[in-house]
Design a protein around this ligand. Structure first.
Ligand code: NAD
Length: 488
């Protein structure tokens, strides 16, 4: 067991300097409320203005520095993150409540986004064309958009900003980053790695603060050229409206209600393992969590029985204990919301199969038992609203067609999975499921770093993130017509 006792006081990174401010917030360990990691400064409007002004200058220097420089810096950032994955992963465990392996894997993967986009810096195959008018040549090039505002949630406090900051820098932009107020210390650790590189002062600023004030000021700031947001749908809608008003480019990844279809020909034990892992991993606080398990009636009862056993077998405990498999909810408010959803499910007539309440651990924290509801209908609130909780709901279906139709009946469309041994069904699912990311015989959670990630419906808005597709958002296209002039 390793419990860190060091204090981590965090400041804001403004125009290349770590800067204090008057207001601070305590950073509480959700596994042990007596453990205050430290305090983190809340950025002011004046600091935001300074950060954006510095970013505008730094961006031009960074773009002028060229592709080899950008490549080398991104490689160095990625390598350091991978080397320090355990150390920074510990911070994530302590301030957020992910288990130690989950925290470490997250940071390592964040490093991989930087090394991947280092390579993308060098991929410079452009487009040329002959004009329809004789004597004129055309080329089409990509240029950076400028200053990118990055707004990230608490649930992947390092990986999510990494998959935004890495392409932003690779394609020549500057970044002003507002992390979630629940996870400032891991954000500061990553910002510190970036800012210690040989980069222009102010290329990256990190400003912590409340979303409704600081975040809103950032998205409305006229010095921002593009906004990349990951978070909840209601906040995303507000950001989209602000971006439309100022004609600012915007990209958003938001919530979901990911379905997983368990068919009558599924390998049942594998289906249970994948469902439980995707539903309860990271305490259910994943946008890709399996929250609607749509199960063929032929295997329904056996599946529910095995799923309940799997859920009850998880060891819930202090995120930094080696034997913990599920940590606490991120905050008291999140736990209260989870427990309220249990009451909602019961009042809607769902059958509580297991869990549903708090769990005692060796320290006082926001622990909750993995929870399974069965006998649920797709129109219940517990199947319509993202709970972000270790709660999953089983819906019985009488056929594949019914299961897929239930799965598609949602405002969201981030990930969707099917467990089947039929190639025909898997192919049909692939063509007819309305979601941005599909999983066949795999959990709904768990994606690679080199291919696009995103959803449909209310889950995503704007160009895709990750892989080569990120270029669309982080660059703008310029078409140049050139004539050699009159021949001499
Ligand atoms: P949230 O929407 O409350 O906050 C996200 C970020 O937006 C935070 O930094 C917050 O401070 C900021 N914010 C809040 N109000 C703002 C405003 N008015 N203007 C500008 N910024 C504002 O979300 P959260 O609770 O931090 O994270 C959980 C949500 O994130 C879930 O809905 C989850 O599905 C979603 N998520 C989605 C993905 C994805 O890729 N689709 C990945 C991870 C998390």
């Amino acid at each position: 067991m390793t419990i860190a006792t060091d204090k981590i006081e965090t400041r804001n990174l403004v125009a290349g300097e770590w800067t204090d401010s008057d207001g601070t917030i305590a950073n509480v360990n959700p596994s042990d409320v007596s453990d205050i990691l430290g305090h983190h400064a809340q950025a002011t409007r004046a600091q935001l203005n300074d950060a954006i002004a510095a970013a505008q200058i730094a961006q031009k220097q960074w773009w002028a520095a060229g592709i080899q420089k950008r490549h080398d810096v991104l490689i160095a950032i990625g390598k350091e993150m991978m080397e320090r994955a355990a150390e920074i992963g510990d911070i994530i465990s302590r301030e957020y409540g992910k288990t130690l392996p989950e925290g470490k894997v997250e940071v390592y993967r964040a490093g991989q986004f930087f090394t991947y986009y280092a390579a993308e810096c060098l991929r410079q195959i452009g487009d040329t064309a002959h004009s329809v008018r004789p004597g004129i040549e055309i080329d089409v090039r990509r240029e950076p958009v400028g200053v990118v505002a990055i707004i990230s949630p608490w649930n992947f406090p390092v990986a999510t900003p990494a998959w935004k900051i890495a392409p932003a820098l690779a394609f020549g932009n500057a970044v002003v980053w507002k992390p979630a107020n629940l996870t400032p210390a891991s954000a500061a650790a990553m910002a510190d790695i970036i800012v210690r590189q040989d980069i222009p002062k102010g290329l990256l600023s990190l400003l912590a603060g409340p979303g409704a004030e600081l975040g809103q000021s950032l998205v409305e700031h006229r010095g921002v050229d593009a906004i990349s947001f990951t978070g909840s749908v209601p906040v995303g809608r507000g950001i989209a409206a602000a971006a439309m008003a100022s004609m600012t480019k915007v990209q958003m990844e938001m919530g979901s209600k990911n379905p997983m279809l368990i068919m009558d020909d599924a390998e049942l034990d594998l289906a249970v393992a994948h469902s439980a892992g995707a539903a309860f991993g990271s305490t259910g606080q994943k946008c890709t969590a399996a929250s609607r398990l749509i199960v063929h009636e032929a295997v329904h009862d056996a599946f529910v029985e095995k799923l309940a056993k799997a859920a009850e077998a998880f060891k819930v405990g202090h995120a930094m204990d080696a034997d913990s498999q599920i940590g606490p909810a991120v905050s008291e408010a999140q736990l209260a919301s989870n427990l309220a959803y249990v009451e909602t499910g019961k009042s809607e007539g769902a059958e509580l199969i297991c869990g549903g309440g708090r769990v005692e651990a060796r320290t006082e924290g926001f622990y909750m038992a993995p929870t399974v509801f069965a006998g649920t209908q797709n129109d219940m609130r517990i199947n319509r609203e993202e709970m972000f909780a270790p709660i999953t709901c089983v819906i019985k279906a009488d056929s594949y067609d019914e299961a897929r139709s239930i799965a598609n009946d949602s405002e969201f469309g981030l990930t969707a999975g099917i467990m089947t041994q039929s190639l025909a069904r898997a192919s049909h699912f692939r063509s007819n499921m309305r979601a941005g990311t599909l999983m066949v015989n795999l959990p709904t959670a768990g994606t690679d770093y080199h291919v696009p990630f995103g959803g449909r419906g209310a889950s995503s808005f704007g160009p895709r993130e990750q892989g080569q597709y990120a270029e669309e958002f982080y660059t703008t296209v310029k078409t140049t017509y050139q004539s050699a002039g009159e021949p001499a």
